[in-house]
Design a protein. Structure first.
Length: 137
């Protein structure tokens, strides 16, 4: 199977949008002595092992966003401080913010390139929730 330079990013987008997994065929290994016994199977895992805490939901809207997006952090009984990070689909972190329980934050998206982004939210250093954000121009 031969892939183009755009095929892999396109597959990554499908995975991020729909959670679809796909088989990646690896090139044949060199015929070195003993190599066939050392490497029988390769597992590639794309899904994160982090599990988000089941809790009141974070609201991110509108999605897709054009000029800005509102991030509404849920109220918590004991309060708390959220850490929110936005990543480009390539994995590059492009924005972070810190917010209190029940706080609403408006993020200007005009400076971000059009495309698929994902965010992760942490509460007290633990994974809280994650999601996807699409920015259109």
């Amino acid at each position: 199977m031969h892939t183009t330079q755009t095929a892999t990013p396109a597959r990554n987008l499908l995975y991020l949008l729909y959670g679809e997994e796909y088989l990646i065929e690896l090139p044949p290994l060199p015929e070195e002595a003993g190599m066939e016994n050392r490497l029988q199977t390769i597992n590639v895992q794309f899904k994160s092992q982090e599990t988000a805490v089941v809790a009141p939901s974070l609201k991110v809207y509108p999605n897709p966003a054009k000029d800005g997006v509102t991030i509404a952090f849920p109220p918590l009984e004991n309060g708390g401080q959220f850490e929110w990070a936005l990543y480009h689909y390539t994995g590059k972190q492009v924005h972070t913010l810190t917010a209190q329980s029940a706080q609403t934050y408006l993020l200007d998206t005009q400076t971000f390139a059009q495309g698929l982004y994902y965010y992760r939210v942490y509460l007290k250093g633990e994974a809280y929730t994650q999601g996807k954000l699409i920015i259109v121009k």
